[in-house]
Design a protein around this ligand. Structure first.
Ligand SMILES: CC(=O)SCCNC(=O)CCNC(=O)[C@H](O)C(C)(C)COP(=O)(O)OP(=O)(O)OC[C@H]1O[C@@H](n2cnc3c(N)ncnc32)[C@H](O)[C@@H]1OP(=O)(O)O
Ligand SMILES: O=C([O-])CC(=O)C(=O)O
Length: 376
């Protein structure tokens, strides 16, 4: 057996390409989109401004933003054929599989025939992903065919309107804006890298995003927000959370919603979503999950120096918004598609096929033995 020289698993710390979209942990902990600090954007921008920024590299003027929102709104309704496909997917399907299938079906029904149309296809996905999720959810769970258009002024409000079949409150919309902004982009994370690898073969944009959705689905990546919900819901009190976590750590279990591949001491998105989680808890007079989450955070830092990542407080925040747990990661998709498509376009603009090497750790050279001599 050839010996393995050092730990190259995960490509951690290796530069795998260039981007002007995002910096992660550049000075130890920060996060910027096209030069803007995440805290600044989450406090002041709408998600549509951020999506525009990622797509075009600059924040929109009022006129540009209005046109961008108009085209999102015009592209919202799902085609009857797409609805028919979604109706065939069973109720017990994983909603991330629904998103992946919905995205792939979009690419079948109205393919990207030319890269000159890439902006239009990016907008279609941004516009239709909330409806893909909600149409399937309502049809499979309640047998109702919802109208997939709405008068909502934003992606977040559109999603909540379709999900709850009522107009969302100002606070609910504000939480969605912050959440969608926090999830929009994160440099060469696993799902984005998957999209870039696909794009580097000059495939179509739907293939790249379909692969990215499948990659985001895993519990070590986007799926952690649902896994974090299962964790905090399994405890009744902060004391029970502390005892439970200590025994999980003693058993060397992974605690979902903690740690990060790049950040070392904190995830800058955590403080922002944590504050929203606190605010909704206070508004609903229900601090149970927030208090449990805070204790988990304290225990994980005290015991392991592991910090809550972007996913952890999303669990309590989304839950208090009344969003079913199984739809948490699909919301991540509705947001991150803005980053994925921006990366696909960036990859295409200066492309070379992504094809790294591998350190060989297999058998030494050997000679073929005829099948009849292999008596196992
Ligand atoms: C939006 C996002 O995708 S954010 C990430 C969401 N994912 C999660 O929350 C899942 C839980 N976290 C993890 O599995 C990891 O922290 C990851 C996947 C995010 C990063 O993985 P890595 O880069 O390999 O982590 P890192 O090198 O910092 O790990 C150092 C050590 O801490 C341990 N560790 C890291 N995170 C955790 C955790 N959440 N719980 C327990 N131990 C952990 C690792 O097992 C490793 O231990 P070892 O050296 O004994 O093997
Ligand atoms: O960057 C990563 O590895 C994961 C992450 O936080 C994200 O994609 O938002």
């Amino acid at each position: 057996m050839v010996q393995k020289s050092n730990d190259s698993r995960g490509l951690h710390g290796q530069v795998a390409g260039a981007t002007s979209l995002c910096t992660v942990g550049l000075s130890g902990s920060g996060l910027t989109y096209c030069g803007y600090d995440i805290a600044d954007l989450a406090a002041n921008a709408s998600f549509e401004e951020v999506a525009f920024l990622l797509q075009r590299g600059e924040l929109p003027s009022q006129t540009e933003l209005a046109a961008f929102k108009q085209s999102l709104s015009e592209n919202r309704a799902l085609s009857p054929l797409l609805c028919e496909i979604l109706e065939r997917i069973p109720k017990d399907a994983n909603p991330m599989d629904v998103m992946r299938t919905g995205c792939s079906a979009m690419g079948v029904l109205a393919p990207e025939l030319s890269f000159a149309d890439q902006d239009q296809h990016a907008i279609r996905m941004l516009a239709q992903f909330p409806a893909i999720c909600c149409y399937w959810y309502h049809f499979s769970h309640f047998g109702t065919r919802i109208d997939t258009g709405s008068n909502a002024d934003s992606v977040g409000a559109h999603f909540l309107t379709l999900l709850n079949q009522r107009e969302p409150s100002e606070t609910e919309i504000a939480v969605m804006h912050a959440s969608l902004i926090l999830y929009a982009e994160h440099e060469f994370n696993a799902s984005t890298f998957s999209a870039r690898v696909a794009a580097s073969t000059l495939t179509d944009i739907y293939s790249a995003v379909t692969g990215a959705i499948g990659t985001l689905r895993g519990p070590l990546h986007g799926g952690a927000n649902e896994a974090a919900m299962a964790l905090i819901q399994s405890f009744d009190t902060p004391d029970a959370a502390e005892a439970g976590l200590l025994s999980m750590l003693a058993a060397k279990e992974k605690i979902m919603g903690f740690g990060h591949a790049v950040y070392r001491t904190n995830d800058p998105r955590n403080a922002i979503i944590k504050e929203w989680s606190r605010k909704i808890g206070e508004a609903k007079n229900d601090m149970k999950l927030f208090d449990i989450s805070e204790r988990c955070e304290a225990v994980m830092w005290r015991e392991k120096k592991l910090f809550a990542n972007a996913d952890f407080y999303h669990a309590s925040a989304y839950h208090l918004l009344g969003i079913p747990t199984e739809l948490f990661t699909p919301i991540f998709v509705m947001s991150r598609v803005s980053g994925w498509t921006a990366h696909v376009k960036e990859q295409r603009s200066n492309n070379r096929i992504i094809r790294p090497g591998a350190e060989y750790i297999g058998a030494e050279p050997r000679t073929y033995s005829p099948l009849s001599t292999r008596n196992r």
